[in-house]
Ligand binder design. Structure first.
Ligand SMILES: O=C(O)CCC(=O)C(=O)O
Length: 326
C-alpha cells in the first residue's frame, strides 16, 4: 500500500490556509464576487433553459459540448479567485452541481473517486454556492480529518472503508454553511455528503477541480473476479479526463473506456467499525439538524427524512469482497 506524503506540495498562497487545509481536509475562503455570481447564474440559465430533477452535476451530462462549455466558462470566471488563493496549480475541470427542490436531491456519504496518485499529490474541489447555504437547502457536511484515516484507492467499483458504519457515520459529520460566493476547498478524499434541498429555490453550486501543477491524473478500477482481493487496476488519464469521461452517472462501475492501463497495484481494502468512529471522532447533532430541516409536507411520506441518502450499491460491493475473502 502507498503512504501519504509527509507534507503536501504547497498549493495555497497563505501558509496558515495551507496548514488548516492539510489538518482538516477542507477550508472555507471567499471566492466569487457579486458580478461573478451574476455571470455564473446567467451561464447556468443559458445552458439550462429548463431545470432537471433531483441532483444533477454537469459532468454527468451526455452532451459533451455542454460539459465543455460549462468547464471552460466556469474555469474562466473562477480564475481570479484561484489566482487570489493558489500557487503552482493545474486547474482541470469546472462544472455545475445543482439540486432541484425536493427529497430526491440528496447525495449519500462518500469520498470522491481518486483522480491523482495520492502518495504524491492531492486532488482538491473548490465547491462554491451561488446562494447562501444552510442545512435546509442542501449544504455540504464533512468529517474533518477523515481524508487521512487511510490511504485509499477510490472509484465506483471499489468498496469504501466506512461501508460497515454507513448508518452511523452521519452522526459524526459537521455542516459547513458557506454564503453565496464563499468556497469550501476540500480534499477529495474527505468523507462528505449533502442532504436534499428542502427549500423552494434551486441550489446552484460550481465546482472547480485542481491539483499541484506537476500532477498526473490516475483512476482505479476493481474487478474482483480478475484482480482478487489484494489488487486493483490503475489507469493514467489525461488532464481533460473529468470533462471527457462519458461514464459518470451511467456505466460508472465498468472498466474505464479511456486512459492507459498501468497494470495492477496492491490494495488491502481497509474497513472500520463503530468503535473506531467513537474513539477517533466526536458526535455532532447532524441527524437532528437534518430531521428539523425536513418540511412537514415531506415528513409523512419520507421515512428517511432524517437519514442520509443510501447508496445500496456500495453495500453490494462490500458483500462481494466479503464473499471473496471468506
Ligand atoms: O453538491 C453536493 O451537494 C455534493 C457534491 C459532492 O458530494 C461532490 O462533489 O463530491
Amino acid at each position: 500500500m502507498f503512504k501519504f506524503p509527509e507534507k503536501m506540495l504547497r498549493v495555497f498562497r497563505d501558509e496558515r490556509v495551507q496548514e488548516t487545509f492539510e489538518r482538516n481536509g477542507y477550508v472555507v475562503l471567499p471566492f466569487y464576487n457579486e458580478e461573478e455570481i451574476k455571470e455564473l447564474e446567467a451561464l447556468y440559465y443559458r445552458l439550462h433553459p429548463r431545470d432537471e430533477k433531483g441532483f444533477f452535476p454537469s459532468t454527468f451530462s451526455k452532451d459533451k459540448r455542454y460539459r465543455q462549455e460549462a468547464d471552460r466558462e466556469i474555469r474562466r470566471i473562477g480564475q481570479r479567485g484561484i489566482d487570489l488563493h493558489c500557487v503552482d496549480v493545474k486547474v482541470v475541470c469546472g462544472s455545475f452541481i445543482v439540486k432541484s427542490p425536493g427529497p430526491e436531491s440528496g447525495m449519500c456519504v462518500h469520498q470522491d473517486m481518486s483522480l491523482v496518485d495520492e502518495s504524491r499529490f492531492t486532488g482538491i474541489n473548490i465547491w462554491t454556492p451561488l446562494i447562501d447555504l444552510n442545512v435546509e437547502n442542501g449544504t455540504l457536511f464533512v468529517l474533518p480529518g477523515s481524508h487521512r484515516i487511510f490511504p485509499t484507492y477510490r472509484g465506483s467499483s471499489i468498496p469504501e472503508f466506512f461501508v460497515p458504519v454507513m448508518d452511523d457515520i452521519i452522526d459524526y459529520l459537521h455542516p459547513v454553511c458557506p454564503r453565496a460566493g464563499e468556497a469550501i476547498f476540500f480534499d477529495q478524499s474527505i468523507i462528505h455528503f449533502s442532504p436534499p434541498n428542502y427549500s423552494d429555490r434551486i441550489r446552484i453550486v460550481t465546482n472547480i477541480y485542481f491539483a499541484h501543477q506537476d500532477t498526473e491524473f490516475r483512476t482505479y478500477y476493481w474487478n474482483p473476479a480478475e484482480h482478487g482481493n489484494q489488487h486493483l487496476e490503475a489507469f493514467a488519464q489525461d488532464d481533460t479526463f473529468m470533462t471527457d469521461f462519458e461514464q459518470f452517472g451511467h456505466n460508472i462501475h465498468d472498466r474505464p473506456r479511456i486512459g492507459r492501463s498501468l497494470g495492477l497495484v496492491e490494495y488491502n481494502f481497509p474497513t472500520i467499525d463503530k468503535r473506531f468512529l467513537e474513539e477517533r471522532f466526536t458526535k455532532t447533532n447532524a441527524r437532528e439538524l437534518i430531521a428539523r430541516a425536513v418540511p412537514p409536507v415531506y415528513r409523512a411520506n419520507t421515512a428517511s427524512g432524517s437519514n442520509p441518502p443510501k447508496h445500496t450499491e456500495r453495500k453490494n460491493i462490500f458483500q462481494r469482497i466479503k464473499d471473496l475473502v471468506s
